[in-house]
Design a protein around this ligand. Structure first.
Ligand code: AMP
Ligand code: ZN
Length: 470
């Protein structure tokens, strides 16, 4: 299901909190005919956890909202597919890095797909943009913003006086916070790496500075320049990326483009926590999306993620998931009751749109959805039921929920087959992602898993269809 159609011609009233100005501001794209957004995506070396899913889900709602408003939204979310952690995983398993990154790219796409995250317009990979990174580094060198030292190229932070504006950190904080390596070849302790040398056992690319590999920050700046342009409308990511990653992106992009604004609006999601601690790989307090999908439908996980405002912390627990599931059960039960009534195709109710337009206030929007469910349960006239059903499905579409048939949500085969429809849909999405990533072995493995559930699939022009095997 695509984004909701443009509801009407009301003037735009989208308000977004901009980390850069620390204020809620009315959002107006630079070019309403081509709205651009970028989200820093995952480093693909293992399973993403449910905290990593938060930016994917939250900014998917933003993508849906913008797509309902503007004719063309270009949304890029990258894959970081060259990184020390990837190198370490490849070394440990004695495989090329591409084996690791292809596998976890496909898993990330399948996992986020199961959470109802629409594929972004573009999913560029860092390793496909090495020439663009080299070109940008050369521009920075020519402009006097970067320098070469001992086969490294470094960005010289004092050359960009606005450095630190996004995160609001002072210089000492920044140097301490960045945990930047103190290296004798650095002109300034805050300088960061644009290019670094590779040893023969590490992945590397030829460059004017010898065989090497890019620093992390230049990846995003080069991919943004290549696909979206010098200035983008909205740049998003998790709160932890504000410094140093986004600060460094701004420095690179602005200096490479003669002072042009790099991103007009910056949005950062708060942390998903467990026992009030940020969920993270380093602390090990995590649930992967993959394992949670074994326990709960993706849609319930999505609802749970959206149950807190995106800038607030979100405390994760079994209770969070259980509550989300109960709420969705209620909504699907209401839809089930009106299964034989044709919905009046409707726009999402103004109250839902207004909540989302107020800096993505998803808890408020979900309360409005609950109010529609209540009204639908109380409605007696067919016309009211048809209208409310239409409103519920349209509101659900903006939030990325309530798009299944109620029977599918309730595990479909309340018929005697016992097939779990949600599971089948999840596996079909995973197989599609594997095929997209040209991992045909994995796609075949998933096909076998589907067959083992007693389900036959058929690939048709309008998608993969399934039925219980006779
Ligand atoms: P990483 O793979 O660690 O670079 O993270 C990918 C994305 O997930 C980044 O945008 C991070 O800011 C975000 N992220 C990581 N941990 C969390 C968390 N516990 N809660 C919310 N977002 C997170
Ligand atoms: Zn980035």
């Amino acid at each position: 299901m695509g984004p909701a159609a443009a509801p009407d011609n009301r003037p735009m009233s989208l308000i977004l909190y901009n980390t850069l100005t620390r204020a809620k501001e009315p959002f107006t794209p630079a070019d309403p005919a081509r709205v651009t957004m970028y989200v820093c995506g995952p480093t693909v070396y293992n399973y993403a956890h449910i905290g990593n899913a938060r930016p994917a889900v939250v900014f998917d709602v933003l993508f849906r909202l913008l797509s309902a408003r503007y004719p063309k939204v270009i949304y890029a979310r990258n894959f970081t597919d060259v990184d020390d952690k990837i190198n370490a995983a490849a070394k440990a398993q004695n495989v090329p890095i591409k084996t690791i990154t292809d596998k976890f790219k496909a898993i990330y796409q399948a996992d986020t797909g199961a959470l109802g995250v629409m594929p972004p317009t573009l999913e560029p990979c860092a390793t496909d943009h090495i020439p663009q990174m080299i070109a940008m580094i050369e521009t920075l060198l020519k402009g006097g913003y970067a320098y070469e030292a001992e086969s490294h190229v470094l960005f010289n932070v004092p050359s960009f006086p606005a450095y630190g504006r996004l995160s609001g950190r002072d210089r000492d904080d920044m140097i301490a916070g960045a945990r930047v390596e103190v290296a004798p070849y650095k002109k300034d302790p805050a300088d960061f790496v644009l290019w670094k040398p590779s040893t023969p056992d590490l992945p590397g690319w030829d460059s004017p500075w010898g065989r090497g590999r890019p620093g992390w920050h230049i990846e995003c700046s080069a991919m943004i320049e290549a696909h979206l342009g010098a200035t983008i409308d909205i740049h998003c990511g998790g709160h932890d990326l504000t410094f140093p990653h986004h600060e460094n992106e701004i420095a690179q992009g602005t200096c490479a483009h003669g002072g042009a604004t790099y991103a007009r609006v910056w949005m950062h999601n708060g942390f998903l926590t467990m026992d009030k601690e940020k969920m993270s790989k380093s602390l090990g307090n995590l649930f992967t999306i993959h394992e949670l999908l074994e326990k709960a439908p993706g849609e319930a996980l999505r609802w749970a993620i959206l149950s807190a405002h995106y800038r607030q912390p979100l405390e994760w627990s079994d209770e969070t998931i259980a509550q989300a599931k109960t709420t969705l059960d209620r909504a699907y039960r209401a839809l089930e009751q009106v299964a034989d009534i044709t919905a009046i195709p409707n726009v999402a109710p103004t109250a839902v749109i207004a909540a989302l337009e107020d800096d993505l206030n998803t808890p408020k929007a979900m309360a409005e959805v609950a109010a529609i469910v209540k009204a639908l349960n109380q409605a007696t006239a067919t016309a009211d039921k048809a209208r409310l059903k239409g409103q519920l499905v349209a509101a659900g579409n903006l939030l990325g929920v309530l798009q299944q048939q109620p029977a599918a949500w309730f595990g479909a085969a309340k018929d005697s087959s016992g097939v779990d429809a949600a599971e089948v849909e999840r596996l079909i999405a995973a197989r599609l992602a594997a095929r997209k990533a040209k991992d045909f072995k994995e796609a075949d493995r998933i096909r076998d898993m589907i067959a083992a559930l007693g389900v036959t699939i058929e690939d048709r022009a309008d998608g993969t269809k399934w039925r219980v095997t006779e």
